[in-house]
Design a protein around this ligand. Structure first.
Ligand code: OXD
Ligand code: MN
Length: 586
């Protein structure tokens, strides 16, 4: 049967997909409590979920070959390869219809097809968008219920513009990586995903809709869809300012979005931990909404010390995926709390595991899915239909060397260059080798739905429309000393860096020029009650012109991939940086 890559009405589309995938039943989700109770009951009965200690806390174990996003199986099916750009896998529409659509044939036989309408963004916001995901995975439905505003509320938004929604078709298929594809059709606002039940591959609202499809819509309509957390920061007795920060997957966005400030009197407000949709307001500032309603956070490393607020949010109504379980049925993961000597757990694959075992008990990409409103630092701005004004944009990478703790871009245009040349060591969030340095412009490498050269031009266009552009910074919490030790403690201590940024925004903080940008002067960062040696402080801010020149060579090779499509302003920033570095080296 021909694939429905057209803007057909919802009911027609559902029946076309059902004719091809042949589910036994169709369930239209309304988002009610009764529906959720029935879903959970059915999943407990067939073993898809297990109950954990605590109110409404569940565990799901995914197939061991399906534990992370699979970037090599993710495609953009735009009409030409050039539109997808050099950093995306491309498949033509015809190829997808020949290779992927047949995999959906009969794929839902014996299963229920859930029709899941969801709203991305606050209720009543002009910036919110509707999507509908068809899926044969009740676990995916349970996640979408937490991650989005799902059911009736989305249909009410849709009523205003009935054909304007993103169409996602998802089937677990046979879960084989050989028959796994995540294909995006930006021109038809459609997503097909088959063969995976995990995270960004399967919760189509998140990476597929809110980033890959939305980035294309944002370019056409003049806004930005970004892989950024949004956090409000209020100094003692001062005014709250909002910061948007782009870090690659599993580099601490969730932790920064809800940090417990190590400085007294500071207050944090969590607006989002993964995605920001930003538009130019009538006041010439950048305004952001969080399209999501929940978090799909990385569990390992989350502890009372590193992220108290996340742990508090995880007290009740949580879906855990691929964590380990202690004898008292509490979830456990590496870095959570110490175990008793020789304590036995059940690992993420359901096998007995003894404390100190050589392989991890929880999968390194184990996750929690939880409503954002359960976070003690969610104070309501994430529901504001207008969004929040952004005073600062932060780009951050995981770099054991080279990049200082923080530096400020010299201008918004230089900030675009800093974002475009962001590089970071890979993590367990995607399949593949961990710890390999790769360019990840604006942390969007796996998520930009079109040619990134055009994406940088779009950033420049937005920049020109901003009368009060945010200041742009780069951070690196992960720099290591000669013995491999982390130089900066991170987490709640990061407030010291945010405080300096807000001072800079207010025109107060003191900074000194370096070839790469502005850094705090000695004494510019508030380091009171912190045991940071002078040596470590100078290592944190060391800028080696020779190493940076090598970095610019690497970046030049990366940027060259975009050919003529790069904005000239970006190339000019690159040349000026090289000149400043050469002058510093001589
Ligand atoms: C995520 C990711 O799940 O970036 O947020 O991989
Ligand atoms: Mn992410």
């Amino acid at each position: 049967m021909a694939s429905p890559l057209r803007q057909v009405a919802l009911d027609t589309w559902v029946s076309l997909v059902a004719q091809h995938t042949r589910p036994d039943r169709i369930h239209r989700c309304d988002g009610s409590e009764a529906e959720a109770a029935e879903l959970h009951r059915a999943m407990l009965a067939d073993g898809t979920l297990e109950e954990l200690a605590g109110q409404s806390r569940y565990l799901h174990r995914s197939h061991p070959s399906d534990v992370a996003r699979t970037e090599h199986l993710t495609f953009i099916a735009s009409p030409t390869r050039e539109q997808a750009g050099p950093t995306n896998n491309h498949m033509t529409v015809e190829e997808s219809e020949q290779k992927v659509w047949p995999l959906f044939e009969g794929a839902m036989a014996g299963r229920t097809m859930y029709v899941v309408p969801y709203l991305m963004g606050p209720v009543g916001s002009a910036y919110s968008r509707v999507g509908v995901q068809l899926t044969d995975s009740p676990y995916v439905v349970a996640n979408l219920r937490i991650m989005t505003r799902m059911g009736q509320v989305a249909l009410e938004h849709l009523a205003a513009n009935p054909d304007d929604f993103v169409r996602g078709i998802h089937s677990l298929g046979d879960l084989s990586p050989d028959r796994r594809f995540v294909v995006h059709f930006p021109q038809a606002a459609t997503i097909w995903s088959i063969g995976s039940g995990y995270g960004g591959n399967a919760l189509l609202s998140k990476k597929c809709h809110a980033l890959r499809i939305a980035s294309v819509q944002a370019r056409a309509e003049g806004w930005l869809a970004e892989h950024m957390l949004i956090v409000g920061v209020r100094p003692p007795g001062g005014q709250r300012q909002y910061i948007a920060a782009a870090f690659p997957s599993a580099c601490g966005k969730t932790n920064l979005a809800m940090l417990v400030p190590a400085l007294p009197g500071w207050e944090i407000e969590t607006v989002g931990d993964d995605i920001a949709w930003m538009h130019v307001g009538a006041d010439g500032r950048l305004w952001a909404i969080n399209p999501e309603a929940g978090m799909f956070g990385v569990a390992p490393g989350t502890s009372l010390d590193t992220n108290l607020n996340a742990l508090r949010a995880l007290d009740h109504h949580v879906l855990f995926t691929n964590v380990a379980v202690r004898a008292d049925r509490s979830p456990w993961w590496e870095g959570k709390e110490p175990l008793r000597p020789a304590e036995t757990l059940v690992d993420w694959q359901g096998r007995p595991w003894e404390a100190g075992g050589s392989s991890p008990a929880a999968h390194p990409n184990a996750r929690f899915t939880v409503r954002l409103s359960q976070c003690p630092t969610a104070r309501g701005a994430h529901e504001d239909p207008r969004g929040v004004p952004i005073s600062a944009i932060v780009f951050g990478g995981r770099r054991a060397s080279l990049a200082p703790l923080v530096y400020e871009a010299r201008s918004f245009t230089h900030g675009i260059y800093v974002g475009a040349t962001l590089a970071s060591e890979t993590t367990a969030a995607a399949t593949g080798k961990v710890g390999v340095l790769r360019n990840d412009p604006m942390a969007m490498l796996p998520f930009c739905g079109y040619d990134m050269g055009a994406y940088f031009r779009h950033w420049s266009t937005i920049g020109r429309r901003l009368r009060e552009p945010p200041k742009v910074f780069h951070v690196n919490w992960f720099r290591r000393g000669p013995e491999g030790r982390c130089l900066w403690p991170g987490f709640g201590q990061n407030i010291r860096v945010l405080a300096w940024m807000l001072d800079r925004v207010a025109g107060r903080g003191v900074a000194r020029e370096t070839p790469i940008g502005l850094v705090p002067t000695p004494g510019g960062l508030d380091l009171t009650n912190m045991n940071l040696s002078d040596d470590d402080l100078s290592r944190l801010f060391a800028i080696d012109a020779g190493e940076w020149l090598e970095e610019t060579n690497r970046n030049a090779a990366f940027l060259a991939r975009f050919g003529e499509g790069l904005p000239r302003s970006l190339l000019a920033e690159h040349r000026r940086l090289v000149e400043r570095l050469e002058a510093a080296r001589n």
